[in-house]
Design a binder for this molecule. Structure first.
Ligand SMILES: NC(=O)c1ccc[n+]([C@@H]2O[C@H](COP(=O)([O-])OP(=O)(O)OC[C@H]3O[C@@H](n4cnc5c(N)ncnc54)[C@H](OP(=O)(O)O)[C@@H]3O)[C@@H](O)[C@H]2O)c1
Length: 262
């Protein structure tokens, strides 16, 4: 991980952002001062928990007026990762069946709504208290992750997407149809090894490039994709929020760090 994120401290925190352009590098042609944009900061620098941030032009896109800054800021990492997995890696088609482990997390909510928009049927594993909310965003069949997966689910899915990372290699393979796609975004030694042994298995690194972010932002602007924000804190409480999440606080979807306009 340190290879990707860099080792230098102190360093900024926060990756996703939505805001207004206040300065432009000489090589950036797509934006002008005052444009509303969303995107990510570079992985090596991070730093979106801030009143102002610097990023590369290629890591930002225009924010549609139909989207609030709050909703826009939930999309770059979570929704782009779900899109990379389902569309670019699994090549999901209408009518296919998808199993999502962790269907009401941030990536899971995005994956559910993207799969639904593409015409797939969905089985999602969530905490029991999130069952109704998961149905509300399009999960057709809800399973409680505190219960074992019923064997009648085995062999049913064209795509198995473990957003949480808790499914074993064996469970994923059992759920998948022969030749179905198995997608992971959390690595474990066992899963990484299997990727080299099976063409069906893919480890997905979400892409936050212009093309991918445009796709998810277009869906969101059409009202087909929204990731819930269940905790909002001001900038000076961002560290408290991170500590609380690291300490096990459960939030459905995203926590949001609000930076007031100067
Ligand atoms: N490879 C990549 O590019 C990439 C990109 C983004 C994220 N990630 C990783 O992917 C993971 C998910 O990210 P996220 O933002 O969606 O996190 P998240 O919002 O915390 O979602 C995780 C979900 O998993 C659920 N869960 C907890 N225990 C479970 C279990 N035993 N079985 C099934 N589901 C369970 C949680 O439910 P409750 O909260 O209700 O318990 C929560 O809804 C994180 O580890 C993150 O680091 C990887």
């Amino acid at each position: 991980m340190k290879i990707m994120t860099g080792r230098k401290f102190p360093r900024g925190m926060g990756h996703d952002f939505s805001g207004v352009v206040e300065g432009i590098g000489s090589e950036v042609k797509r934006f002008k001062m005052g444009d509303e944009v969303l995107g990510v900061t570079p992985v090596k620098t991070s730093g979106s928990f801030a009143e102002t941030l610097t990023t590369k032009g290629a890591l930002a896109i225009a924010k549609p007026a139909a989207l609030s800054h709050e909703d826009a800021a939930t999309l770059p990492v979570a929704a782009s990762t779900a899109w990379t997995a389902l569309v670019q890696k699994a090549r999901l088609k209408p009518g296919q069946s998808v199993f999502i482990n962790g269907a009401y997390g941030a990536v899971g909510q995005a994956a559910t709504q993207i799969a639904k928009a593409l015409g797939a049927s969905l089985t999602g594993r969530v905490a029991g208290d999130a069952a109704d909310a998961a149905r509300g965003i399009g999960v057709d069949a809800v399973l409680d992750y505190r219960q074992p997966i019923p064997p009648e689910q085995y062999g049913k899915f064209d795509v198995v997407f473990d957003t949480h990372g808790g499914l074993t290699v064996r469970k994923e393979s059992r759920l998948s149809k022969p030749g179905g796609a198995i997608l992971d975004i959390n690595s474990s030694f066992a899963k990484i090894v299997r990727i080299f042994l099976s063409r069906s298995r893919k480890f997905v690194m979400g892409k936050q490039d212009e093309a991918t972010m445009r796709e998810v932002v277009a869906l969101a602007a059409q009202g087909k994709l929204k990731i819930s924000i269940s905790r909002t804190v001001p900038l000076d409480r961002a560290i408290d929020l991170i500590r609380s999440l690291e300490g096990g606080e459960r939030i459905a979807g995203k926590g949001f760090v609000a930076v007031s306009a100067q």
